[in-house]
Each structure stands twice: as structure tokens, then as C-alpha cells.
Design a binder for this molecule. Sequence first.
Ligand code: NDP
Length: 515
Amino acid sequence: MGEKLCDCAEAMAEDVDAAVRAAQDAYDNGPWPRMTGYQRGRILERFADLVEEHAEELALLETLDNGKTYTQSKTIDVPGTAQHLRYFAGFCDKIEGKTIPCATEGFTAYTLREPIGVAGQIIPWNFPILMAGWKIAPALAAGCCIVLKVSWDALWLHTVASFGARLHPSQVQVSQYTPLTALRLGELALEAGVPPGVLNVLTGKGSECGDAITTHNLCDKIAFTGSTDVGKTIMAGASKNIKPVTLELGGNSPIVVCDDCNLEEAVKGAHEALFFNMGQACECGARLFVQEGIYDEFVKKSIELAKQRKVGDPFDESVAQGPLVSEKQVEKVMHYIELGQKEGAKLGYGGKRWGDKGFYLEPTVFYDVKDDMAIARDEIFGPVQVILKFKTMDEVIVRANATEYGLAAAVWAQSLDRMQAATRGIKAGTVWVNTHHIMDAAVPFGGYKQSGFGREHGAAILEHYTQASFYLMCSRVQEQPCSNPLPPAPLPNTQTKSVIVPLPKSKEQRSWVIM
Ligand code: NDP
């Protein structure tokens, strides 16, 4: 671990241009946006089947690339990706417009939800395959074409790696982060029947490749997951040609553990809420508020549990914690551990690197943390549990909300009053009750405040990959061309009647529908 795994290409601005133009051509002239939703759905179903058939290979790549445990890759990340593809496959033929009653007699209006065009998507390194699945499944379902950039902390070079491209060894160099599973997904998409040019996967660094996607004139939308700072840069870049953006950004999610909770369950739940994925999850339970009546016992049990967490080879089934993603991330987390000690938080366990090789850290527990300490204020993004004490629900809700983030939160309690106080009081896009991390393709996920806007998952996300065209028709085209005085309006009919009209195949042909 911590050694070079393989070589990978670096996409520069001109390569991004080639990829965006390929996507634009596939959108304007290719079959993907023109085929029926049913046909697209069949292809996405096949794509999901292929992900499941290649589950072991994808899980192996993901663990080699990212360091998360093979068990997690195999049981959570890869199946979650297939689930997303399958969920959105079902939506392909259910993206519907509306009929709109017009105030003007003799006219009928309806909307058609059209794909937004070419979607630029930029994803981070913490859940590489799952984030790719979250991004590409709804975009493909909507009929969009995609340029997807995976995380790639570039030290070196050189050329475009549109999936399927075969690079000469002289064109490639070492990559530090997590490009492998998204590249393999690209190949599986082709095998499933997604036409060439529809899904383009690029490996390149954010400041060059990511920026070129964000600011490209032919990119119609940007979807980004990553840090809040880069999210701000993306918004500014996208504003150059007024592209819509959706942002899933950082978090500093509070967990509120009330003294009427099931203590054993809450200790375990809060432990997994933080240490899952080595703490490298935007929704992880970063600030753990524990009520004073159970505080001492809770801290003691949390430290015991952290001591039992086995660190080591992520391919060993008994290991719960593999390495962090990179040396850079280890250094960032170590910096916060030092700050925590300097600012007076009590170190209950851990605090050091683990082993003499690779990017490993000990599971670390701080307690008696104060709200203004850096380890409570900032997003650490590592295996560092931060425990704070509270007295009353009113007090803890104010403290939980005292952050610029609002991605997620959790409450552990038995009383309905406390559950409701927390779910209603905490400003966050998701509030879990007596659980954490549960995600579902059908349930919207996204942030309040500087954790971003727009929602992943569920029907809501399709709004971001489609736009409504409005058609206004004269209802009596044949008998009475649209001229005044208009014939009497028909009596209102409240029963549903289907009118099937062949749709124009291209924007140029649309004029015969618009009256
Ligand atoms: P970043 O936000 O820097 O990176 C996320 C993605 O954005 C990567 O693909 C990155 O490319 C790309 N990117 C970086 N700069 C630009 C740019 N100017 N224009 C377009 N794209 C860009 O996250 P990091 O990986 O650096 O992690 C830093 C911190 O961010 C973490 O410690 C954590 O706190 C937070 N984070 C939050 C995540 C979340 O899920 N909300 C996920 C990951 C990190 P590349 O890396 O290839 O250069």
C-alpha cells in the first residue's frame, strides 16, 4: 500500500474540448436522446446487470484504488451503483410533461421535458464508483450525453482517456487518486449498448480538466461533488455562460445522542457514523453531541470500541479500517489531530499513524471538545471522532446549527418529542433517526447552506437533467384557423384523454408544432 498502482492519462483543456464535442455530436446527431424511453431503460437495465456480473472485479479495482475495505466495496459501493442504474432505468419512460389549461380560449398548452444536453460531471475520490453511478444514472435516463471527470491528483501528464481509448505507454503517467472504476464503468456502458460518445470519462486534474469542463461553452450543465471551496470555484466558472449547476459539497454533520437512547446501539451507531469509509464521507457523524447524563459512560464505551477497530490490509475480511486515500489526506488529518491536542481537547485513543508503510491512521477519539476548537469547526474527513457534551435539546439544536454546513444530521433517542425537536430543528438536508449513512436511490439527498443545492436521487434529480419546452397549440387548427372571434370553448372535461402526436425529431422541425 502507498505504492504506485498503475499509469493513467491526464486530460488537458484540448482533450476536454474533444470529449465535449464528441458528447455534443452524440447529442445532436446520435440515437441516445432520440430513442424511446423504453429503449433507453432496457440499455440501462443491461448496464446494471453488467455491473452486478462484474461486482468482484469492480470491488477489487475500487479497493486497490481507494483503500476502502474490499467488504465495503463489494457489499455497499458496487451494489449501490447497480441499484442506481436500475432505479433510473425505470424512470426512462416515465419522464412526463404537463398539459396546462390556458386562460386564452381556443388554445392548449403542454410541456415536454427534454434532456438538458451535455452534462459535465465532476466527482471526488471518496466513493469513486458510487459517485459515478449517482451522477451518470439520472443523466443517462434523461437522455443526456456526459463528460465525467474522476478524481485525479495529477503529479504528471498527458492525454485524453476517453473510455475505450487505448493509450500508448509513452502517453501515460502515474495517477494518485481514483480513476479506475469509472473508466471500467465506461467500458461496461459501451458493452450494455450505450452508444459511443454518450458517456466520456476523463482523468485529469481539477484545475485544468475540471475547469475546462466547467467553463466549456458546449457543456449545458455541471454537477459537482466535492469540497465547498471548489464548489464556489465551479459556480463562478459556470456563471461565465450561465450554466445551471448542482452542488453536493462538504459537511460537518452533528449527531445528537439523548440520554433516553438505547446506549449500546447509540455508541455503535455513532462509531460507524464516523469511522465508516475511514471517516472520508461528507455525511459522516463529525460532531457527536452527547447529553450530560450518559456522557461519561458513552465516552468510555466509544473509546473501547475504537480500540477494537481493526486496522490493516483492506482485503482482510476481519479488517474494518484500511488506509486513507493519499498521503495528502493523512497529513491533513494529522494536522487536525495536532490542533485538537494543542487546543485542549482530551485524546481518548489513537492520534498516530498506524504501521510503517501506506496511508494508515489509528482510529482516534477526542472528548471534552469545545465548539470553537478547529476539530469541531472544520470538516476533518478522516477517522477522528469528536465528542462534545450538551444539557438541553434547545441548547444542542442551536449548537448543531452553528456551522456553515447543512448536509446531514442524526438523533438517537426514544422519545418522539426529542426526535421531532431534532428533525425539525436541525437545518440539514437529511436527518437520520436512530441510524446513520442510510442512502436509497429513491430518497433525495443533498445539502442546506454551504453544503450545496439540488438533490441527488429520486425523481427530483431528473428536473436537473431535463428542461421544459412549452408548446402552445391552437385547438382548432383544421376547422377554424386561429383568428378572432374564436369559437366557443368546449365544455370542461375532467376525464383523462390521451392525444398521441408524433414528436418532432429535431429542433428545426419543431416549428410545425408551435403555432
Ligand atoms: P476537491 O473538492 O478538491 O475535489 C473534488 C473534485 O473536484 C475532484 O475531481 C477534483 O479534481 C475537482 N476539482 C478540483 N479543483 C477543481 C476546479 N478548479 N475546477 C473543477 N474541478 C476541480 O476535494 P479534494 O479531493 O481535494 O478533498 C479536499 C477536501 O474536500 C476533503 O478533505 C474533504 O474535506 C472535502 N471533500 C468532500 C467531499 C464530499 O463528498 N462532499 C468529497 C471529497 C472531498 P482532482 O482531485 O482530480 O484535482
